[in-house]
Ligand binder design. Structure first.
Ligand code: OAD
Length: 237
């Protein structure tokens, strides 16, 4: 059976009411995400960085998956071949829609990481700086987010599945942040077909065989319906 790899970004959650990073309203109290989400910012002003993520974690309570998350969860359930959804998003809308074959390459809001022992804890409330790690006791819990300059999670697994992909689909991402922005080229090198579904042309659009412009909540269900009806990963179906 065929292998489908799907990369998602902030655009897939936009219609659930979560603002994207680089669109209108993408600044937080005048800060660019690149200025808040760094190890240097965490060392310099932990209260600011923790508050940034506390607000985002709290906001998850008032949002819900949209038709695009639902469609990908359906594809995950019904696609008999290999499939992996690689999300750059730190929200939990894919799993709340029911997706299982999923990994969060940039971390998760509802998780805390111990900077001392590396243990992760499910975390739903506020996470003040200096919170104690339940595993080792160190006052070292931080948001479980991959900051700029840190290595995204599970890169070996991602590169491995991309090397087998028959189809690579990118949804709702601006293609501005590496290594995710390079996945399309990797998939192509290994012979995958490539499709982009995005509101606007992304920085990487030229690398895709086809780009469909529109809202994820419209384009993704249409594409999933076509793939499942044809029982083929070809985006041309
Ligand atoms: P961006 O905010 O950079 O890009 C969002 C993309 O979604 C843009 O290309 C929009 O055109 C598109 N978009 C907006 N609304 C849409 C809709 N309704 N349907 C479809 N597409 C829509 O977000 P990302 O590419 O995800 O990293 O950003 C990548 C990384 O940068 C994030 O994971 C985050 C950030 O720094 C970390 O937090 C580590």
């Amino acid at each position: 059976m065929h292998t489908i790899v799907i990369l998602t970004g902030a655009g897939i959650s936009a219609e659930s009411g979560i603002t994207t990073f680089r669109g209108p309203g993408g600044l937080w109290e005048g800060h660019r995400v690149e200025d808040v989400c760094t190890p240097e910012a965490l060392a310099r002003d932990p209260a600011l960085v923790h508050r940034f993520y506390d607000l985002r974690r709290a906001a998850l309570a008032s949002v819900a998956p949209n038709a695009a998350h639902d469609a990908l969860a359906r594809l995950d359930r019904e696609w008999g071949g290999e499939l992996l959804i690689v999300t750059q998003n730190v929200d939990d809308l894919h799993e709340r829609a029911g997706a299982v074959r999923l990994l969060h390459m940039h971390g998760e809001l509802r998780s805390a990481l111990c900077a001392a022992c590396g243990t992760r804890q499910a975390w739903t409330g506020a996470l003040p700086p200096g919170s104690a790690c339940p595993a080792c006791g160190a006052a070292a819990l931080r948001p479980d987010i991959v900051f700029f300059g840190e290595m995204p999670y599970q890169m070996e697994r991602i590169e491995d599945v991309l090397s087998r992909a028959d189809l690579f689909v990118s949804i709702g991402t601006s293609g501005a942040v590496y290594p995710a922005a390079g996945f399309v080229r990797l998939a192509r090198q290994h012979g995958a077909a490539t499709l982009e579904l995005n509101l606007d042309p992304s920085e990487g659009s030229a690398w895709f065989e086809e780009t469909r412009l529109g809202r994820a909540a419209t384009l993704v269900p249409e594409w999933v319906d076509a793939v499942l009806a044809a029982n083929s990963p070809s985006y041309r179906t």
